[in-house]
Design a binder for this molecule. Structure first.
Ligand SMILES: [Zn+2]
Ligand SMILES: [Zn+2]
Length: 416
């Protein structure tokens, strides 16, 4: 088999790997949008392939997937597809159109009569994320995807380490954390505890800034709210995400829970107001609506948002200190990774009457957790991917006795 990484050997995001079998069949794993602006060329996304396999619905892994066209089968988790389409609904775009083959955790299937694939569910900052074992031409390739060992699904990491797949010829292992600071908060539980400590004595409203699709985080905030008798306020989009995730897992909160309130964001409501298929959903969120209740006793509420509402902050300012808890990657606060909320949050964080804190843990494995993972898999070759510092990755692993670390170049084909 020939293997090529179009993108990912020296950057985080934009991941795309190509496997070419000896019979000429071509399989790609992930087709993400680059997060880095230094190499915007994505012409490779128009190359010929027989199928695309998607690990999880983060943009840096799926962002360019529509470029393969409608005739190429795309193997993707049902929840991943639901989550991508949920975003499309609320930004007013048509749902994805393509030849989707829905895949499930812990399943085995054959792609293009050639590639034998096994899926492993992993612990990551999105509710459905896979590692893959791919067998072709008598060789076994493992792709870790994005994962961690410190989230609410950490048990998945332990299971894989305890009973790892054997005889792996090549392991692609993500290395996001090689260059990122170790966080003050090591686990999802420590994030929950820190949020609890902030909100339990609040004399005004709190905002937690995170992604609606980071359901682990939403659950952490909800648990902190339960423990402090606060209401968690979510928007319509987040309520819809919860519904999607609950289709796959019954342990996920429902919007009917008494500690959940829904803020009927007008622009979000507009997106579903005329769609009959949302009739029941609209009725359900309407029963949970917060309305003006926040103005009577703001200290009872914690808003889970992408960006705090400045008008709401203005109206509530006189009630006491407003907490803004930033609970996602702090890179988004910097110019290089500017998002639509970056300026607003940077402005608010320095204002008087606002207490700003960063309480976050990464969706990616720490270097010691990566090393434990790599030791368990014990592959003949290990190629770092999804890292901006492959050299550092190699040094860190060689210090631990690894002799199988090989650094590849983007766009170059290797025989496995
Ligand atoms: Zn990623
Ligand atoms: Zn990811």
């Amino acid at each position: 088999m020939k293997v090529k990484v179009y993108r990912g050997t020296e950057e985080i995001g934009g991941t795309c790997i190509e496997l070419t079998a000896s019979n000429g069949k071509i399989l790609w794993i992930d087709l993400g949008t680059p997060l880095d602006t230094k190499n915007p060329n994505v012409d490779y996304a128009r190359n010929k392939l027989d199928a695309l396999l998607i690990s999880h619905p983060h943009k840096d892994h799926v962002g360019l997937m529509e470029m393969v066209g409608k005739n190429v089968p795309i193997y993707i988790g049902e929840l991943s597809l639901d989550l991508i389409n949920a975003t499309k609904i609320f930004i007013g775009e048509a749902p994805l159109d393509g030849d989707f083959k829905l895949i499930k955790p812990w399943n085995e299937f054959i792609i293009a009569d050639t590639f034998k694939v096994k899926t492993f569910l992993t612990d990551h900052s999105t509710p459905e994320s896979f590692s893959f074992l791919i067998e072709v031409d008598g060789k076994r390739v493992m792709y870790s995807g994005d994962f961690r060992a410190t989230g609410r699904k950490k048990m998945l990491y332990d299971i894989l380490i305890k009973k790892p797949p054997e005889n792996i010829d090549l392991l692609f292992l993500e290395g996001t954390m090689v260059e990122r600071e170790n966080h003050k908060y090591a686990t999802e539980e420590s994030v929950e505890q820190a949020i609890y400590d902030v909100i339990r004595n609040q004399d005004n409203i709190s905002f937690v800034i995170s992604s609606a699709q980071n359901v682990d985080r939403l659950v952490s905030v909800l648990r902190a709210c339960k423990r402090t008798n606060k209401y968690l306020v979510i928007d319509i989009y987040t309520a819809f995400i919860l519904d999607m995730v609950r289709k796959q897992s019954k342990s996920i909160p429902v919007i009917e829970w008494e500690e959940i309130k829904v803020y009927e964001h007008p622009s979000q409501l507009k997106k579903i107001i005329n769609d009959k298929s949302f009739d029941e959903f609209r009725e359900r969120i309407s029963k949970q609506r917060i309305g003006d209740a926040v103005f009577n006793s703001p200290s009872k509420y914690v808003y889970f948002v992408r960006c705090p509402n400045e008008k709401l902050i203005e109206k509530l300012r006189d009630n006491g200190t407003i907490n803004i808890i930033y609970s996602q990657w702090d890179g988004y606060l910097k110019k290089e990774h500017q998002q639509y909320f970056t300026d607003t949050i940077n402005k608010l964080k320095d204002e008087s009457g606002i207490s700003f804190q960063i309480i976050h843990t990464s969706g990616h494995a720490t270097v010691p957790d990566l090393i434990k993972f790599a030791k368990a898999i014990d592959s003949k070759k290990l190629v770092p991917i999804h890292t901006a510092y492959p050299e550092k990755f190699k040094i860190a692993f060689e210090k631990e006795g690894f002799e199988n670390i090989v650094l590849w170049e983007d766009g170059k084909e290797y025989e496995v």
